[in-house]
Design a protein around this ligand. Structure first.
Ligand code: ACO
Length: 334
């Protein structure tokens, strides 16, 4: 069974409640139909029930009747959610009338449903930008205890099986936090280790990447990676992690042995943590396009509940897969 099928099978065991706030978006509705058909998760759609059903009929979808539909404008918990939003953003001075408007926005409604315990996770982004999906999540669901930043990992399924774990590697941060400090980079490494265990199902061997290996270059950007590696080890002493390493030293055995002798990671890394979002985002796209790797994600990590962001160019199966991943994250956080 391939990795995605394993993730789907695992999701089916617990039937988590996943909210899809872009409910009249065609691919999202088609994905919802498949998710219900295959029992991957319980689906919550936010929107006008008549509109959703009309669209489902137009697309000839058979299972949408089994989704829970919450109308953002008119539903029984609206006042409860407004109160919760005002409470959570008290320090930011959120007024009740402003919360009353925000709660009618499906992206805000989805996050407040999660915060109130009415949904276990969310997948959105087929028609909204990353910023618009993440901002409500950052404001209302926030980071999980011990973490101050959210980041995004990709499961990279490589054609060349000699790398990582039989061709499976995890890259982060490729999606969220532009320029992490050393402490934040350490958190990203620890969170990526957790994602690697929970979603990729492999034991992480983490390389903290740089343009330097073990002091070969001197620069404040190198210092950041060295410090992040140290902090990550303090955060989780059981973590198999080493840095700073160049990419070739991280993944090629002979180069790893030469540049970082004695390292238990060099040449054997299955997780690559990049020093900035630029490097991570560029690297995953190049590996995807030039090496023909399948890039699954981004899987957002460090959040108090699983919320994942799609690319606007996503396919129906991308949405189904990300819902299965989100359901697994929700199971892991229970
Ligand atoms: N983790 C946790 N919380 C965060 C993070 C983070 N990484 N970044 C911002 N926040 C919080 C802030 O603390 C703030 O909380 P508060 O309101 O309670 O004080 C809130 O989010 C808003 O903070 P801003 O600084 O105003 O954040 P902004 O909304 O401007 O930006 C965003 C956040 C949109 C995620 C920004 O960092 C961003 O654009 N990142 C790049 C995303 C991107 O374009 N990725 C590449 C495409 S994805 C792909 O290719 C797969």
């Amino acid at each position: 069974m391939n990795l995605i099928d394993q993730i789907k099978e695992s999701a089916k065991k617990q039937s988590m409640k996943i909210v899809l706030p872009e409910s009249t978006e065609e691919r999202t509705l088609q994905a919802a139909d498949i998710i219900i058909e295959e029992n991957i998760a319980q689906v919550i759609l936010t929107g006008n029930s008549e509109e959703i059903k009309k669209e489902a009929a137009r697309l000839n979808l058979k299972n949408i009747d089994k989704a829970t539909i919450i109308d953002p404008v008119n539903h029984e918990k609206k006042d409860e959610y407004i109160d919760l939003m005002v409470e959570l953003r008290k320090k930011k001075g959120l007024k009740r009338e402003d919360a009353a408007k925000l709660v009618e926005n499906p992206l805000y409604l989805a996050t407040i449903m999660i915060k109130n315990g009415d949904a276990d996770g969310e997948v959105a982004g087929a028609e909204n930008s990353t910023g618009d999906v993440l901002r409500p999540a950052f404001q209302y669901v926030k980071t999980k205890p011990g973490f101050s930043v959210v980041s995004g990992a990709f499961l990279m399924i490589l054609k060349d099986k000699q790398f990582g774990e039989d061709g499976l590697m995890v890259f982060a941060d490729c999606a969220v936090h532009p320029n992490p400090t050393d402490k934040e980079l350490a958190e990203i490494a620890v969170a990526t280790g957790e994602t690697t265990r929970a979603i990729a199902g492999i034991e992480p061997r983490i390389a903290m990447l740089s343009f330097s290996t073990k002091g070969s270059a001197k620069h404040e950007m190198v210092d950041k990676v060295v410090s992040a590696t140290k902090i990550a080890k303090e955060m989780d002493p059981s973590l198999k992690i080493d840095g700073e390493l160049q990419a070739d030293a991280a993944i090629i055995e002979a180069i790893g042995q030469k540049k970082a002798p004695g390292s238990e990671i060099a040449g054997k890394a299955n997780v690559l943590v990049f020093p900035t979002l630029e490097t991570g985002n560029i690297a995953y796209k190049l590996v995807q396009r030039l090496a023909g790797a399948e890039a699954v994600g981004p899987v957002l990590q460090g959040m108090a509940a699983p919320i994942n962001d799609l690319s606007r160019g996503c396919s129906v199966s991308d949405i189904v897969n990300l819902v299965a991943i989100t359901a697994n994250q929700a199971i892991g956080q229970q």
